[in-house]
Design a binder for this molecule. Structure first.
Ligand code: F6P
Length: 565
């Protein structure tokens, strides 16, 4: 297998109490690397080139600029790149030590440098018998023990063996969690709804806004409801507030604290806090601090998913993840789907100065996929300093956004086609639908193909004029084109495909972070707001207390105090 082994030889960190195995502090800034400099020069040559020209020059471009893994076909031909661009981007990845970083991740080294942990989500889908050792312990048997625990529980719920406190069958599952303990489960449930047990109802509460909880519970019977309290830390304010509200809501009807045992389970790394809350730790589904929240949907955090789709389908989802993991680990960079997508993201973000990426699934079941990717991408790569704590002198994560097609076409696509900003897009589509209806699926996919064609090639003023459009209107009706897109095409949205798709984006995010030399697995940027909110909660409760914020915050708090119910 061809690998690019001309690695950065800086190896491992050996200073102070910094963990072994992390990416080394780079002596050379990214922007000083030879490949970066070459890309800057190359950008000046490529920038004026139009996709029309690139396609005209190479009639087979649409077949050549493609790659495939785990049932996902990537067409990246409609990007503003040549073979040389790809070669230079691959060289950049090599100079940044991507090969070594991938190996470090798979070996369980502490690549989450600032939190001194491995980032080992790949262990969550490792098949039985594979060995991944963390601090001398093979974690794969632990992963499978939890999967077995989840499967036994899911089967009990699905078959009605597990009953509520009053003997009624559980019909409603409410997952309470936020961030990675919510977005993954919601996205996966929505994506795989067609595979779900339709006799059950799955709901998700995340926001610390009474509306979220009240609306989720207003029409359900506590006797038939099971809450999954999902929190890695079990200290997250929003989740604990909602979990307490759930317990009160349940006890108002059932009036017996023993009911908690039958109606609450937990997913967490924190057995002590789970037990303090009153949940029997026998009903706790464990995961580990080496699983980041936004990388956890295939861990016990996916308990609601497993109950919905059943253990076999969950296994099939894990198989999709695994297949993509193996591809990422072993495929040459030029054929490596996550690496190619990451390099293209870097190309537009850092050379074309594009600020955002739109993710556009032509599959209604993927309606929450853009929201899921927002946390995965922006919490991972929205960083301002390098691994060695030096401010970056280049842009890091793009803003990710999107909506399912075709809805977006009647909303924001105008800007993508004719606006002044460059917005690279990922289009995601499937050859088969699980919800056939007349010729809907052909219509849907025709729109996907049409959009990528229109974005790439546009329509010149000449072409518009030749259709009889008056001169004054031609500039308004013309399309510049040259808007880059990726198309991801798979046979059908199955649990397996979903696993492969999520792993593809996980690895793309990691690859981008490696090139930017940032820690893609910490999230210190969420802490300041959390700490301030704790202080302000106290100030809202004690209305006489002095306020020592800035004049704006003080005035807003006073106004709120005077106005609230
Ligand atoms: O505040 C951000 C964050 O830590 C996310 O990274 C995480 O997914 C979310 O909060 C929820 O955390 P927990 O699962 O510990 O409740």
């Amino acid at each position: 297998m061809l690998r690019f082994d001309s690695l950065d030889s800086q190896g491992q960190l050996d200073t102070g109490d910094q963990p072994a195995g992390m990416a080394p502090p780079r002596t050379q800034s990214l922007v000083e690397r030879p490949a970066w400099k070459a890309l800057e020069q190359h950008y000046r040559e490529i920038q004026p080139l139009h996709l029309r020209q690139l396609f005209a020059d190479d009639p087979k471009r649409g077949e050549r600029f493609t790659a495939e893994a785990a049932g996902i076909y990537l067409d990246y031909s409609k990007n503003r790149v040549t073979r040389e661009t790809l070669e230079l981007l691959v060289r950049l990845a090599e100079e940044c030590g991507l090969c070594g970083r991938i190996d470090a991740m798979f070996r369980g080294e502490q690549i989450n440098f600032t939190e001194k942990r491995p980032a080992l989500h790949i262990a969550l889908r490792a098949p039985k018998g594979e060995r991944i050792v963390v601090e001398g312990i093979d974690v794969v048997p632990q992963v499978h023990a939890v999967l077995d625990h989840m499967a036994a529980f899911a089967d009990q719920i699905r078959s009605g063996v597990w009953r509520g406190h009053t003997g009624k069958r559980i019909r409603v599952i409410i997952n309470i969690g936020i961030g990675g303990s919510d977005l993954g489960p919601v996205m996966a449930f929505e994506a795989l709804r067609a595979y779900s047990l339709r006799s059950m109802d799955f709901r998700f509460v995340s926001n610390v806004d009474g509306t979220d909880f009240n609306e989720a519970t207003r029409d359900v019977d506590p006797e038939e409801t099971l809450f999954i309290i999902c929190s890695k830390t079990f200290t997250t304010t929003e989740t604990l507030a909602n979990a307490c509200a759930a317990r009160e809501w349940m006890l108002r009807k059932l009036d017996d604290t023993k009911a908690v045992r039958k109606h609450f389970v937990a997913v967490s790394t924190n057995a002590e806090e789970v037990s303090n809350f009153g949940i029997d730790t026998a009903n706790m589904f464990e995961f580990w601090d080496w699983v980041g929240g936004r990388y956890s949907m295939d861990s016990a955090v996916g308990l609601s998913t497993m109950i919905a789709i059943g253990p076999e389908n969950f296994q099939s989802m894990l198989a999709g993840f695994y297949e993509m993991d193996q591809h990422f680990r072993t495929a040459p960079f030029q054929e490596n789907v996550p690496v190619i997508m990451a390099l293209l993201a870097i190309w537009y973000n850092n050379f074309f100065n594009a600020h955002t990426i739109a993710v556009l699934p032509y599959e209604q079941y993927l309606k929450r996929f853009p929201a899921y990717l927002q946390q995965l991408t922006m919490e991972s790569n929205g960083k301002h300093v390098t691994m060695d704590g030096i401010p970056v002198d280049y842009q890091t994560s793009p803003i990710v956004w999107g909506e399912p097609g075709t809805n977006g076409q009647h909303s924001f696509y105008q800007l993508i086609h004719q606006g002044t900003r460059l917005i690279p897009c990922d289009f995601i589509g499937f050859c088969q639908t699980s919800q056939p209806l007349g010729n809907h699926h052909d219509l849907l996919m025709a729109n996907l193909f049409a959009q990528t064609e229109a974005l790439a090639f546009g329509k010149t003023e000449e072409e518009v004029r030749s259709e009889g459009v008056p001169d004054w209107l031609c500039p308004h009706r013309a399309f510049e084109g040259n808007r880059p897109t990726n198309t991801l095409l798979a046979e059908r949205l199955t649990p397996y495909t979903l696993g492969a798709l999520v792993a593809l984006y996980e690895h793309s995010v990691f690859t981008q972070g490696t090139i930017w030399n940032i820690d893609s697995f910490d999230q210190w940027g969420v802490e300041l707001g959390k700490a301030l909110s704790r202080q302000i909660i106290a100030e809202l409760e004690n209305t006489d207390g002095q306020l020592n914020h800035d004049s704006s915050t003080n005035a807003l708090i006073r106004r709120y105090r005077g106005c609230r119910l």
